[in-house]
Structure formats: structure tokens, C-alpha cells
Design a binder for this molecule. Structure first.
Ligand code: ATP
Length: 343
């Protein structure tokens, strides 16, 4: 559906993105994720036609659209700052694209009502758009993009101006809406949790290149590079001393020394004593150095073989540990992610 082939975009001498090869399937929710400045927005703007790539080709349904103007590409676009017209009503903001196309009033009215209802702003159509809350304004921006029934929806950090609770509610709604319309979506965010929850597939960017493309569970469980591992999810770094302890505790353990090793915080289990060890797991000793309670879960900092490990466990009255307590850490070595050390 959308294919980027060896895409490169430069600003003067500066290469913002290079060697980009992405294939977004029809109906897919595809997210470009990465830290600030890694080239996500640049790529989205190149897809939309706002910037010309210095190399490579952009295909839409096998048609080369690289040289087409934005308005010839049939993309709907939603930006972080909503980009609504402040002097207009909600109705006229949503209707805007249809007015430009000189659609009949009756068609405009039907469609405005349909899309306003779809995003939940039908009660506010006659208000000035500035009288709406941030979340409502972003819904208007989404309706304004959808009303043109584009083949593809491009979204650049559409939820980042909203407060945390609303962001969570809106991302679920966005996903539902995208699913029900089956609209191919390319989404930009720097929020890894948002990307994991909302996407069919994710491309993780770093310094203008793609480090990995995959389904959320692949990106999270099997990061291909150290930077993906560090950017997505929360991990503990393990010392060589800790790896040696694991190897001594379990003969068949094939972990390597001399690598940078990580384990996700929820992949370690704390127990008081070994009653029946699960097969494939290794148990080592540690002591609790700090406890942080955060409602649903508790984070324990545990010292073990020269590593300070954070262990996240659901708050469960039966398994509480206190500072200074000797504990057993149980983990499956296949959950340890190892990357060759950079020289
Ligand atoms: P953010 O999440 O902060 O928006 P991003 O991943 O979307 O970051 P881009 O906005 O694509 O990153 O920027 C990629 C790189 O290109 C950055 O180093 C940025 O400074 C540079 N850049 C972006 N726009 C321009 C421009 N118009 N002129 C020169 N350099 C630019």
C-alpha cells in the first residue's frame, strides 16, 4: 500500500534520514517510534509530500508518488498542534475540506454529522473550536482529516498535547476508530508505551535510520539492537559478575561473558524460599535494598552479585518483601538480552 524504497531526506548537508525501506500494508496501523530528532517527522512529511526526498522512491498502491504535490496524494493528516481554524465553528472546521472541494451543502451536512458523531463531538458543532478542550479539539482535527475519506491517515504525535489520562483514553479510541474504518495509518510518536499499545507494527528509529521493524511483541521481547532494547521497555543492566553467578548456578546456561546484558524488570520473580523451582529457571540469592510502592505494582531494588536490579511485581499481600530481607531471585536465562559490547 505505502512503500518507501531507499528513502533519504537531507536538509542542506545534513542527512536527516537514510536507507529507509518500509512497506505498510493496507489497513495496517504502522508506527514510527524513536527519540526526539531521530527523523520520524521528516519521514512523515516526505510521505505527505511536504518535503522532497534527496534519494529514493515513495509508492502508493504501486504508483510512484515521489514527485506528486501533497494534495495529489489523498492522505489525511493530523498534527500534534491540531492546526484548526480558531475563528471557525467546529462544524466549519470539519467541513473545511469538503468546502474546498465545493461539495453541495446537503452532502457537507451529512458527512459533518457522520464524522462528528464518529469522534464524539456532535454536541459541539455550533461552538467556536477554541471553546473546546484539548481532547475535543484533537477529535475535531481527526474528523476534519477523515471527512475527506482519505486512503491513508498520517498522524504526527496527535496525543502529545493531552494530559496523561486523556491520552490513554484517546489512544484506545483512535485504535478502535482505525480498526472500524480499516484505514491505513502511519503514526509518529516518541512514546514507547503508546506505540506498543496502538500499533500493528512499529519501526524504531535512531539517528535517521531504522533499527528494527516488527510487531509490538517482537520489538519488546526480541529487540535486535541495544538501542531498541534501551528505548522500548524498562530493563536492568546485568554485570559480568551476575552472569557468572547464573552460569555457576546452572551448568547448561549458555549466556556469554563480555556482552552487555539486560533483563526486563518484570522478568525477575522474587520468592522467599525455593519450594518447587519452575523448569528452565535459575535461582540466585539477593537482598532487598529499597521498596517503591506505586499502587498496582511494587518495585523492589535488589542487590545480587554486584548488580542492583529493579524487580517489578504486582502488589500482592502474600508476597511482600521488606528492606534488608534476604530473597531468592528466579529468572529464565532466555529472557536475558545480550548485545556485543561496542568498542
Ligand atoms: P521530534 O520528535 O523532536 O519531532 P523527529 O524524530 O520527528 O523529532 P525530525 O523532526 O524529523 O525528528 O528531525 C530529524 C533531524 O532533522 C533533527 O536533527 C532536526 O534537527 C533536523 N531537521 C528537521 N527539520 C529541519 C529543517 N527544516 N532544517 C534543518 N534541519 C532540520
Amino acid at each position: 500500500m505505502i512503500k518507501l524504497h531507499d528513502l533519504e531526506v537531507t536538509y542542506g548537508q545534513f542527512v536527516a534520514v537514510k536507507n529507509l525501506n518500509i512497506h505498510v500494508e493496507k489497513g495496517e496501523f504502522f508506527t514510527m517510534l524513536g527519540p526526539s530528532g531521530c527523523g520520524k517527522t521528516t519521514t512523515l512529511r516526505a510521505i505527505a509530500g511536504f518535503i522532497q526526498p534527496s534519494k529514493g522512491t515513495i509508492y502508493l498502491n504501486n504508483r510512484d508518488v515521489t514527485l506528486l504535490k501533497p494534495e495529489e496524494r489523498n492522505f489525511g493528516i493530523v498534527f500534534q498542534n491540531y492546526a484548526l481554524f480558531p475563528h471557525m465553528t467546529v462544524y466549519e472546521n470539519i467541513a473545511f475540506g469538503l468546502r474546498v472541494r465545493r461539495e453541495k451543502n446537503k452532502v457537507v451536512q451529512e458527512k459533518v454529522e457522520k464524522y462528528a458523531e464518529m469522534v464524539g463531538v456532535e454536541a459541539h458543532l455550533q461552538k467556536r473550536v477554541t471553546a473546546l478542550s484539548g481532547g475535543q479539539q484533537q477529535r475535531v482535527a481527526i474528523a476534519r482529516a477523515l471527512i475527506l475519506e482519505p486512503e491513508i491517515l498520517l498522524m504526527d504525535e496527535p496525543l502529545s498535547n493531552l494530559d496523561a489520562k486523556l491520552r490513554i483514553a484517546m489512544r484506545e479510541e483512535l485504535r478502535r476508530l482505525q480498526h472500524s474504518l480499516g484505514i491505513t495509518t502511519v503514526y509518529v510518536t516518541h512514546d514507547q508505551e503508546e506505540a506498543l499499545i496502538i500499533s500493528d507494527r512499529i519501526a524504531v528509529f535512531e539517528n535517521g535510520v531504522i533499527e528494527q521493524i516488527g510487531k509490538p511483541e517482537e520489538i519488546y521481547s526480541s529487540p535486535q539492537t541495544e538501542s531498541v532494547c534501551r528505548f522500548v521497555g524498562e530493563s536492568n543492566t546485568l554485570t559480568d559478575e551476575f552472569i557468572i553467578t547464573l552460569k555457576q548456578a546452572h551448568e547448561g546456561c549458555n549466556l556469554e561473558l563480555g556482552y552487555t546484558s539486560y533483563i526486563r524488570k518484570e522478568r525477575i520473580k522474587l520468592i522467599k524460599k525455593i519450594t518447587q523451582k519452575a523448569p528452565d529457571t535459575i535461582a540466585v540469592k539477593g537482598s532487598v535494598a529499597h521498596v517503591t510502592y506505586s499502587g498496582m505494582s511494587v518495585t523492589y531494588r535488589v542487590m545480587s552479585s554486584g548488580s542492583a536490579l529493579e524487580v517489578v511485581m504486582l502488589d500482592n499481600q502474600n508476597t511482600q518483601f521488606t528492606v534488608g530481607e534476604e530473597v531468592i531471585l528466579e529468572l529464565d536465562p532466555k529472557h536475558i538480552l545480550q548485545f556485543r559490547r561496542r568498542v
